[in-house]
Write a new protein. Structure first.
Lengths: 226, 226, 226, 226
DNA sequence: TATGAATGAGGTTTCATTCAT
DNA sequence: AATGAATGAAACCTCATTCAT
């Protein structure tokens, strides 16, 4: 329906323009405000088109958001999965995931925020199409971690999901608009810091061995499947 | 007109009046919906008082939110600071912070979410009163980390703020309503896991020293398991 | 862009073009909804043509309705008048009118409803083209009745228009979608019942002559079956 | 909730004024246009109150219509039933029903139209509260007719429902805004005409016996329950 | 002849807020 | 201290209609 084979102009230009402009406008606005405080009037005005087009092309305001999220998110996820396939070792894969996620986060901050991290919030809106995408991402990360545990690359005395939570939560907080990016630290070095922390911990090696065992912390059992 | 009998009877004196009931109602509602989708009508109905009281007591709807946040947040922060003062060693202090934060998160999820973590979002409404509280918390955590670095307890080859980000982000993701708490894992054991990850890293000790290289994003071959 | 191959092929020639399809669509839709709740979008979609064709062919939405009404109505009226001409006696003529009207009603309920009965309603839209047709029908019925009165076939102690009203009103209520047609009584027998009632009255002949008094609204006693 | 016991003024005045004015406005407007072409803006403006009051008091636009219909209709129906109870004989009862219905029709034309006669139209709106009222009226009329048949007062060779249809349809057409009432014929004399037609038929007595039997018309069987 | 794109005007509805009492 | 009534402004959304192609 879209992407007609160059009927009028050599380039793919016959995709209805209004829809494109609306998506751009929505994206722009999401950068500054949260979804529910963005009005259709504002979107249309920003896009320079008529408000009714939102409904013609996307059903309603939320439809526009979803279209945006799916578009951006599925491209990211596909790229991520492909890149990770071409690499071996759970740790290196995780490193790659973090790096690509941070990059994505910075490039498409708005979507990233909702897709990667806001996962379980937004209770009302997200029983829908987009939610599946997010879960896929989340499961994908968990799977890599689990594989690392099975291979002995990652300690298995903490919950796999907790590790995933620390990673995703770390990404979010590292990337959120704040002092960090005002200081213009690059995406990749932020990612490396994050990886460094989560892989090796914050306690210097020389101290290791001391101050372990806390009641409630599961120890032992490094290898599984002996 | 609504059960006005006994307006000043001693027994009825202890029934919370308008302001208190409104705060309770708001808190209840925040548990289920986000701020902008809670209507004043609903607040008043939940509180069982007249809508106009919101304006008498709190100026407006946001005023009510802020009152709530400040109340809950400043108590938490005061308690946190006091508890931490009475303890030595950056690592133990951080452990305590995480533990108390997770507990607070679970007890007063709504406020916690906004105060501890939503920090830099919500940019519209939160350039105000509450913001300072949040920054105080954030700075407090950073200060502890910095002290740990200075004392050699914490590695100083990664950014202090990145460590804080991983901690706060981890707390958020570990605590958000999700599979974890449906599986009824306790607050404290979640906190311990988190600490375990961030302190020691996820890479087993026996592997340490290996694999320090940081491959450029697209290194090796595409084949796996040949 | 929509299967444009073979634009003038002989086989595709017989496919009804825009105007016809639009009329068919409108008719279909009128069967289920009333005029003002039928949207141009829906009409066009039902017809499988472009919305703009409504304007090319009929000026606007109401134009389409009128075209439809005039087409259906004038055929009916012409047939009715011709059939009635070939018959003598006012009573037999009325009988025929009722029968044909009921048949028409059932076949083209939508138009019938508007043309035969909705006569004086719809005051907003119907001060126009179609209105004349309706009045012609109405006058035609009245004329037959008047002729019957003049010829002594019909009692002349009640208003001619009232008789017409009872006939038309009876047709409407007998024909409206209701228990009757769910019970599958045929058009003709419904028409006969109606004629039977209006011609002979509902009071059995043996009682005629009695009870001619017209009691003031609140005569007799309040007690029943003492 | 309404009809408070004179809290401020001796008369029943403390019913919120907005609601009353809205109902009045709606009634006024219904006299001229049909429901779906009346806008909330127009209602509010006519009432001289704010549009939002429609929603506060009646839920929505249709709620306002229903409130109106129920109010008017249930009063009418109650009065009708009571009056009819105090009278004996099916024919006299029917006469009374017609007379009161015509009066009601003329006094509250709008509601009458919808309540008494539009019965089966309006397919969308009337699966609701009001519908039951209408059916009650309809059943009430049918019951009287059936009783008349059982008592031998009314011929039983035509369907009871068809008789009811002729009566109700006749009322509608006699009463609809048209030439009749511009000529200022009174309600009661219109009702008498209608009764005259339906009771005695339009064929003069002297002709009776001739031109009966038509194929399809059920004859015979005047008495039941011999 | 027919269409896809776009739009203005207006529809219903919601909501935070004010105010007399 | 508290309320019922009312409201302005704006939200989301629908629709008949126009126009370039």
């Amino acid at each position: 329906m879209k992407a007609t084979r160059g009927q009028k102009k050599p380039r793919e230009m016959s995709v209805p323009e209004g829809g494109v402009r609306l998506k751009k406008a929505m994206k722009t606005l999401l950068r500054k405000s949260d979804f529910s405080s963005i009005t259709t009037a504002r979107i249309a005005k920003t896009a320079g088109v008529n408000e009714a087009l939102i409904y013609r092309y996307f059903g309603d305001k939320r439809g526009l958001l979803h279209a945006l999220l799916m578009e951006s998110g599925s491209i990211f996820l596909a790229g991520l999965e492909e890149a990770v396939e071409g690499m071996e070792g759970a740790l290196d894969r995780l490193r790659l995931i973090v790096k690509l996620s941070v990059r994505y986060y910075i490039k498409d901050r708005v979507f990233a925020r909702i897709l990667l991290l806001e996962v379980r919030n937004y209770n009302d809106y997200f029983e829908s199409e987009t939610y599946e995408l997010v879960r896929e991402y989340s499961r994908f990360v968990s799977k890599i971690i689990q594989e690392g545990m099975d291979a002995g690359e990652i300690r298995d005395d903490v919950s796999c999901n907790h590790i995933r939570d620390v990673l995703l939560g770390g990404i979010e907080h590292v990337c959120l608009p704040g002092p960090i990016f005002k200081r213009k630290i690059s995406a990749d070095s932020a990612a490396e810091d994050l990886i460094g922390i989560v892989f090796d911990g914050i306690v210097p090696r020389k101290l290791k061995g001391r101050r372990r065992q806390r009641p409630g912390l599961r120890t032992s059992g490094k290898e599984r499947n002996p």
